[in-house]
Ligand binder design. Structure first.
Ligand code: SF4
Ligand code: SF4
Length: 222
């Protein structure tokens, strides 16, 4: 899933206070799971903004709505009636959702309420970790299911840098060395021979080198 964190409340207040009315839009998918921008967070944030506005005797109308997914045209249609009533929109989705809202409402100022961080997993309650950089050519089959691009600080494809200490990365000693993990897992799976295969220099054209990417499925397009 996409992992994100809410922007500092002082920043959100200063954004909201530029306007007389604002619509806070939550997203019911990834950012709900990571407790950053779902319905609960949208309601809490809206209440907080209302209280702050009242305390400072600031005129601020707040509308609030959570849609199933902000990155999907189908769901953001629901925002149209409320968007017509406000000066600006505060999106509590990832950067993709916030951008679709901006595309959908070209005459509205759209603010991101979250900082989008990475593609990752929930390790346990309250802890999320990065797992994928969306490189476009997955090579997990060669590395025991552990991504050296997302999990090695130097994105090394053919073994460790030599700087790890006791299984920890030299760049951040709180992080496991990805190549130590890969080695241990392949050994456990009886696939150590995978380590002998030289992974060629990566073709980054499937990643971000060619600019924004798109996926087209002819069998699905109308
Ligand atoms: S190899 Fe690429 S697609 Fe596969 S997990 Fe790593 S970054 Fe993601
Ligand atoms: S110590 Fe391990 S994870 Fe860290 S940069 Fe070197 S090889 Fe990558």
């Amino acid at each position: 899933m996409i992992v994100a964190e809410q922007k500092p409340i002082a920043e959100i207040i200063s954004i909201a206070f530029k306007h007389k009315s604002i619509l806070v839009v939550g997203c019911g998918t990834c950012v709900t799971v990571c407790f950053a921008g779902g319905e609960k967070e949208g309601k809490t944030l809206s209440s907080l903004l209302r209280m702050k506005a009242q305390m400072e005797q600031k005129l601020l109308e707040i509308e609030e709505l959570t849609v199933e997914r902000q990155c999907d045209h189908e769901f953001i249609e629901k925002i149209v009636p409320l968007a017509g009533k406000v000066e600006a929109i505060l999106s509590l989705a990832c950067g993709a959702g916030a951008q679709l809202i901006a595309e959908k409402f070209p005459d509205k100022i759209v603010y991101p309420g979250l900082n989008t961080t990475f593609l990752g997993i929930t390790e346990k309650q309250g802890i999320w970790k990065e797992r994928c950089l969306g490189c476009g050519t997955c090579l997990l089959d060669k590395t025991g299911g552990i991504c050296p691009i997302a999990r090695c600080a130097k994105n090394l494809l053919n073994g460790p840098c030599g700087g790890s200490q006791e299984g920890k990365c030299e760049v951040n000693p709180e992080t496991d060395c990805a190549w130590q993990l890969i080695y241990e897992r392949l050994k456990k799976l009886g696939q150590s021979e995978c380590l002998e295969e030289i992974i060629p220099v990566k073709d980054w054209s499937t990643s971000r080198d060619g600019g924004p990417r798109k996926v087209i499925r002819d069998d699905l397009t109308l």
